[in-house]
Design a protein around this ligand. Structure first.
Ligand code: B12
Ligand code: SF4
Length: 500
């Protein structure tokens, strides 16, 4: 069959800093290709919707598979599915990815028949099984593990045993020069491990992967890296180098092959301190950027997020990262309950440290524990506003005032790291990138004011809402319980004992 894999548009608020290749959709595409299907891939972060419709008209795929990692993309994917069905009524439409997995039933209902199936969990094994079912008798699609259709639901999704069996179909992705993160322009992405053993209340890594933790073999990781042309690499692992030995082993394979790249990774303060040597080693290998999810600057905030780390540990980790000479970005979660005084304290903190500070807004996502405990208070159920830049819970300040304070705080980032401030320190690099025809980084430096804008954020709340998110069932409804549901339940032997 002809299978068109598609990733929806980029979310404007993230495009300032980065645009990343859709690794999950590439893996699904690779699995479909290996099963003998003809596969094409289109990423609307880098192409226009017109390109998508052109592909539908010219190629007439039998199956269209959408990746839905981000909740804010739900309305776009539903509308694209409806437009696709109108053009190709015989096509089979499937949607997968974390957000689709956590909202499967409501997505099917919103799409009113335009989406044939939501395939929950990891796509590598289940996508070929689904394609097989669709090729023979599409009414059997719902019998595939992880599948939900309007006809019924298959057995629970299966977790893949090994990360070594499949390599993302990077060769199918057009316009690869569009992907970048900061000065890593262009950048590709790679996955060394999957899953996270912690259980923060605002995150769904542990509910999606059932707290399992799987590793690619060091040989496979380095082999895959060696096939990547881009000089910049975004390591997508939720928490990099939880196990120091794994990080060292990959590093040794990289050295052995003489691979030279510049890397970005995300980790936790306690992991960084526990495994200092591996991060120092990776600094020598080319580690350039590091993202630390600090989330709060006080003990109470860390406890509320169940981050299981102390503020003193986080601050020590920042010191250590600085000593390595790595560019560090940190995240702080703004609570809708913050008042002017609280914002002022955070601003003071942001100014007192040299790091890039990203401020996101506390947002209860389906699949997280916060969604179960906080979603009854939601002030909006418009999927598009669930992008961590909008307040979806009641604000203590009037909403307009909240956005003014938020943007004022985010502006520190602009003053310290974007525009002329950044050009002072990166002029040489910017010139070299422009000479190579890479414009992503330089464009990013000037986008801030167009994107972070309180009036625009407020106006987003006034858009007409066509698709409303469903609230979780409660024990009182007799339909559900207030516990986080795992999408993938790993075999007991797989459960992580890695945090120690
Ligand atoms: C890179 C990344 C980003 C990038 C953007 C990526 C981009 N497209 O440009 C940035 C940093 C901007 C980002 C931002 C955010 N992200 Co993010 N991000 C990731 C990250 C680290 C890697 C994604 C990836 O490539 N994974 C590797 C691939 C292999 O996994 P995958 O994409 O999930 O694909 C697998 C399955 O999902 C499935 N699948 C995927 N697509 C399809 C399609 C079909 C048809 C099928 C059948 C299956 C399928 O099969 C794949 C193979 O097993 C993931 C965490 C992670 N480790 O996955 C979070 C993650 C996707 N992000 C998440 C979230 C919540 C966000 C934010 C809202 C907040 C935040 N935590 O930063 C913002 C949203 C931004 C916004 N404005 O709305 C969540 C999503 C969970 C959810 N319930 O919605 C994740 C899972 C992190 C987490 N643990 O909570 N993110
Ligand atoms: S440590 Fe990071 S990835 Fe793990 S549960 Fe917490 S926020 Fe999610």
């Amino acid at each position: 069959m002809k299978v068109l894999c598609c990733h929806p548009s980029g979310l404007l608020y993230t495009e300032i800093f980065l645009r990343l290749e859709p690794l999950g959709v590439e893996l699904v595409a690779a699995a479909a290709r290996r099963a003998g299907h003809q596969v094409r891939l289109l990423d609307l972060q880098a192409c226009r919707q017109a390109d998508y419709f052109q592909a539908l008209d010219d190629w007439r795929p039998d199956v269209v598979a959408f990746g839905l990692n981000y909740l804010a993309n739900v309305p776009e994917v539903i509308d694209l599915a409806k437009a696709t069905k109108a053009r190709l009524p015989e096509s089979f439409l499937v949607v997968g990815g974390p957000s689709a997995s956590f909202t499967a039933q409501e997505i099917l209902e919103h799409a009113a028949g335009a989406i044939d199936c939501v395939l929950k969990g990891e796509g590598e094994e289940m996508m070929p099984a689904l394609l097989e079912a669709v090729a023979h008798d599409r009414r059997r699609a719902h019998t595939v593990p992880g599948a939900l259709t309007l006809d019924g639901e298959g057995p629970p999704p299966r977790m893949i045993q090994s990360l070594d069996r499949l390599t993302p179909a990077r060769d199918l992705l057009p316009r690869r020069h569009k992907y970048f993160i900061g000065t890593l322009d262009p950048a590709a992405s790679i996955e060394f491990t999957r899953g996270c053993p912690w259980d923060c209340v605002f995150c769904s890594a542990w509910t999606f992967y059932g707290r399992s933790y799987r590793k690619a073999s060091p040989e496979k990781a380095a082999e895959e890296l060696a096939t990547i042309r881009e000089p910049g690499i975004f390591i997508v692992d939720d928490v990099a180098f939880i196990q120091a030995e794994h990080g060292f082993a990959i590093g040794r394979e990289i050295e052995r092959r003489g691979i030279r790249k510049r890397y970005y990774l995300e980790t936790r303060g306690d992991v960084l301190l526990r495994n200092r040597e591996v991060f120092a080693y990776w600094r020598r290998l080319g580690l350039t950027y590091m993202f630390l999810g600090l989330e709060a600057i006080d003990e109470e905030g860390l406890k509320l997020h169940r981050k299981r780390v102390k503020i003193s540990t986080n601050l020590e980790a920042l010191e250590f990262a600085r000593s390595l000479g790595i560019a560090v970005a940190i995240n702080i979660i703004a609570d809708p309950d913050w008042d002017e005084r609280r914002f002022a304290i955070v601003r003071e903190f942001c100014l007192s440290i040299p790091e890039i500070v990203n401020i996101s807004v506390n947002t209860p996502y389906p699949g997280t524990e916060s969604f179960l405990t906080e979603s009854r208070q939601l002030t909006t159920r418009d999927y598009r506003l669930f992008d961590i830049q909008h307040a979806v819970l009641p604000t203590r300040l009037p909403l307009e005032r909240f956005y003014q304070e938020l943007v004022k705080t985010q502006q520190i980032l602009n003053r310290k790291h974007l525009g002329f401030a950044a050009l002072r320190t990166t002029a040489g690099l910017a010139a070299r990138l422009l000479l190579r025809g890479q414009t992503n980084f330089v464009r990013m430096l000037w986008k801030f004011n167009g994107v972070y804008n309180p009036a625009r954020q407020l106006a987003d709340h006034r858009q007409p809402v066509r698709y409303q998110m469903r609230l979780p069932a409660t024990p009182a409804d007799g339909k559900g319980s207030q516990r986080a549901q795992f999408i993938l339940t790993p075999p007991a032997a797989d459960r992580a004992s890695t945090a120690a």
